[in-house]
Design a protein around this ligand. Structure first.
Ligand code: ANZ
Ligand code: ZN
Length: 816
């Protein structure tokens, strides 16, 4: 038989797959097959595919290929998330256009995907940087704008002085830019936002549909990100100011324990109420705070800072005067940007009170030591004290009662608050979707009419893209200066581009009708394919991408374009590929190159190693796995498939029963294991089947036994999920045609699934006298009767034994 040569198989089958096109999804409405939509998070073209891609695409492909084998009409598309900063930075370095780098990398990745043998429908390929894709980002922006879901507002934003662009909060890590490490500053800028907060409730409530289908970890991350809390809005008076000030609190029951009041230093209120004597100190403090990110400000181990504003607030329930401070731990854009501070029961307030010698008053008796002395706030349950009408009540009752009192006095009401902020959309960078707005002195913000879309990017390259503090698009004067679409007067285009998360919020809809020209997608086609049955990708997208996509789908649903409200029925988050216990990195020198692994061991061995390494959600330490062992296994499997000596179509029923049972049990188990996404165990079963078939060829009924053919054909189909090249080659050598991808999933014969027998040892006076093949479920009484009926046993006995010890199903010990 021929040797296993991975490179030769790859060349041969890649060519054949191009001809056979076995993974094309059918758009025939009359196609009776059930539809399934499998989606991999599309790649960013940063270079060639890396080990992480190797894992996620191999995993998703197990599911896709299983569905093909089960006879579903499978949609498994691929495209590229091809706008973004790295392309632009590369273009500046090389004095080139970002498109050159981007599309060259896309070609590299496409070639690698083809070699990697992923079952994509290549006809649906899309790139988000193509004008006929980003045109629809602009069209969608216009729809959001019409509905009041896209708006501009001024405010403090995170600004990276190095990349010269705005960053989202989550792109600021320890006060530094996630990308370049520069210290982030806060800047006052007018920016575009999507009003995702309008959908906060639905984003939370609809998670009921995802329960049990998304991991608990993922659901918890989404829930915390949305961060719904319940409490009350309470009105305080500030002495010398007419308008009352509202604070949001989750603990209105502690209102009698408020000993001071804190305003965010960057909130307009602070500036407005600060006493003249304190103004200078306040302004200096505000300037310091402007350098910090929200994450720094909220950090619990950061030393508390603040300044007294020289004014007092009045507690609405007891008329008490409390000092007003500005402190950075209160954020300007959360709640109302001001709080009542209850140091006894809130740790941040207590830390602040101790630093600035402010009073601490316990109003909930918890049985724990006095926070003023220990420095440990007591936020837990207890009984109200020092709280007038609330005294003696438990927390929940006190909250109800105080809200009633506040309502009656017109001093407050129950309130709900969300942590979720509106989605900051504007980026001052080039390589993204131009925001389709024209600014006119007379008409204001005028959307570019739909029939003039796309607003294409101007042709800028190299130096023209270098960061200047304003978007590079502003430098393209011919492009910027236009006529107002409304009044025809002179006007200017918006020069910012959209956050690239816009591109990935709806690409999965575009795949259903790529190239569609009358809208972002063909509503009918999405009705047929959607929602996505299974999404596969990294946990790093647990909040932003998955939340934004859910938001887009809800808006599109409200526009009448979708009949579902959640895009992804199931999500699988694969682990990372690490090396020697650490994430791969240049500085650690522990990087592993996917292409080099493939060159050394072949595609199938690399893919099989990825799948066999462990449960899909767990990290794979490449130092602990052996692609060489995978390669040996594949060679063994191919040899088994090559050595079958019976003819195709032979009836299996006459075959060796023992091997047939192994085959059918393997089918049964692998089916269940794949359905429950325990792919690594499924591979272990395939290995066992290979071993059993090998044994049958060598020391059993031999290669011509029909059961050997049955085992080998089964092996080819099962293996096609993880090792498509070996599976195709084996299938062909077995005489199958045309592609194993369409062979069809085997079915286990229930008659062959009965558990095998167990060998029971029968001892007489401590010596083994017989071995019995018995059912594993045999009872002690049945086994005793069987043992006593044995001729070999009877030959040793001369009368009724003194004792019989039975341990079903393995042992009978007879004491004569
Ligand atoms: C008084 C109080 C007493 C509070 C107590 C807590 C415990 P969540 O659950 O995250 O919504 N808060 C309100 N606005 C804030 C802002 N802009 N910046 C920082 N903190 C703010 O948190 C709500 C609680 O966070 C509110 O309840 C308020 O402190 C604080 F024993 O009010 B609490
Ligand atoms: Zn105008």
């Amino acid at each position: 038989t021929e040797q296993y040569d991975p490179k030769a198989l790859q060349a041969k089958w890649q060519r054949r797959w191009e001809e056979l096109d076995p993974y094309r999804a059918s758009e025939d409405p009359a196609d009776p097959r059930e539809r399934r939509y499998l989606l991999d998070m599309f790649p960013y073209p940063s270079g060639d595919l890396h080990m992480g891609h190797g894992e996620v695409f191999a995993l998703a492909d197990v599911i896709a290929r299983y569905w093909f084998q089960r006879g579903y009409n499978v949609l498994h598309p691929i495209g590229w998330d091809s706008f973004g900063l790295p392309a632009e930075n590369a273009a500046i370095r090389r004095n080139a256009h970002p498109a050159e780098w981007t599309y060259a990398n896309i070609e590299t990745q496409a070639t690698s995907f083809k070699r990697y043998g992923i079952s994509f429908d290549w006809t649906r390929r899309l790139h988000t940087s193509d004008p006929d894709y980003y045109r629809w980002n602009q069209w969608l922006f216009n729809r959001f704008f019409e509905r009041g879901l896209a708006y501009r507002k001024g405010g403090l934003v995170n600004w990276c002085p190095q990349d010269q662009t705005v960053l989202a909060n989550e792109q600021v890590v320890n006060g530094r830019c996630e990308r370049c490490g520069a210290e982030v500053v806060r800047r006052e800028l007018t920016q575009w936002y999507f009003k995702i907060t309008d959908y906060a409730d639905r984003l939370l409530d609809d998670m009921a549909q995802l329960e049990g289908l998304w991991s608990d970890r993922l659901l918890t991350m989404q829930r915390n990100w949305i961060g719904r809390s319940e409490g009350a809005d309470v009105l305080f008076t500030i002495e010398g100011r007419e308008e009352p000030v509202t604070v949001y609190t989750t603990r209105p029951d502690t209102l009698f324990g408020a000993t001071f009041f804190v305003v965010a230093p960057d909130a307009p209120l602070a500036e407005e109420i600060v006493a003249p004597a304190q103004r200078e100190a306040f302004e200096a403090y505000r300037a310091e705070v402007a350098k910090l990110s929200d994450i720094d400000r909220l950090s619990t181990d950061k030393e508390k800072t603040g300044v007294f504003l020289g004014v007092h607030a009045v507690n609405p329930v007891n008329g008490e005067r409390i000092p007003v401070w500005a402190a950075d731990y209160v954020l300007s854009d959360y709640g109302h940007g001001a709080i009542m501070a209850v140091p006894a029961h809130d740790q941040r307030d207590l830390d602040f009170a101790r630093k600035f010698a402010l009073p601490v008053r316990v109003v909930v008796h918890t049985g724990l030591a006095d926070p003023g002395e220990t420095g440990e706030a007591t936020p837990g349950e207890g009984t109200l004290v020092n709280s007038g009408p609330l005294d003696g009540l438990a927390k929940a009752d006190a909250i109800k009662k105080i809200i009633g009192i506040l309502n009656d006095n017109g001093r407050g009401k129950a309130a709900v608050n969300f942590r979720l902020r509106d989605w900051l959309l504007s980026r001052q960078r080039f390589w993204g979707t131009p925001i389709p707005i024209i600014h006119c002195a007379d008409c204001g913000e005028v959307p570019v009419p739909d029939d003039q879309l796309p607003v294409r990017l101007p042709d800028l390259r190299g130096e023209a893209l270098a960061p200047k503090g304003v978007s590079p698009l502003a430098g393209a004067t011919d492009w910027v200066n236009v006529e107002c679409p409304k009044c025809g007067g002179p006007a200017r285009r918006d020069t910012d581009t959209m956050d690239t998360f816009v591109d990935s919020s709806w690409y999965f809809l575009r795949y259903c009708s790529p190239g569609y020209e009358d809208g972002p997608f063909d509503v009918e086609k999405v009705r047929r394919w959607g929602p996505i049955d299974q999404y596969v990708g990294g946990i790093e997208h647990a909040v932003l991408h998955l939340l934004y996509a859910r938001f887009f789908v809800k808006v599109l649903h409200d526009m009448g374009m979708l009949d579902f409200t959640e895009p992804f029925i199931r999500v699988l988050n694969q682990g990372q590929v690490i090396n020697r216990g650490k994430a791969m990195s240049k500085s650690l020198g522990n990087g592993v190159d996917l292409g080099a692994q493939i060159d050394d061991f072949g595609v199938d061995a690399v893919r099989l190693t990825m799948i066999f390494a462990g449960p899909p959600e767990e990290d794979i330490d490449w130092a602990d796995v052996s692609p060489a062992a995978s390669q040996k296994f594949l060679a063994r499997a191919l040899r088994v498939m090559s050595e079958v000596a019976s003819e195709p179509g032979v009836s299996f029923t006459a075959g060796d029963l023992e091997l047939r049972k192994v085959t059918h049990r393997t089918v049964d188990e692998v089916t269940k294991l794949v359905e429950s996404q325990r792919f690594n165990v499924a591979v272990a079963r395939m290995m066992e089947l290979t071993t059993a078939a090998r044994r049958a060829i060598d020391t059993g009924p031999g290669p011509a036994d029909p059961a050997v053919r049955e085992a080998a054909e089964t092996l080819a189909v099962l293996l096609s999920l993880v090792a498509p090249y070996v599976a195709e080659e084996g299938w062909e050598r077995l005489g199958g045609s045309p592609s194993v991808a369409k062979a069809g999933w085997p079915e286990a014969d229930p008659a062959l699934l009965v558990q095998e027998s167990v060998t029971c040892v029968v001892q007489v006076a401590g010596k083994v006298r017989d071995r019995l093949e018995v059912s594993p479920d045999i009872t002690d009484a049945e086994l005793e009767a069987l043992a006593m009926g044995s001729e070999k046993v009877q030959a040793q006995l001369s009368g009724t034994p003194r004792r019989i010890i039975v341990r079903a199903p393995k042992l009978v010990n007879i004491v004569p």
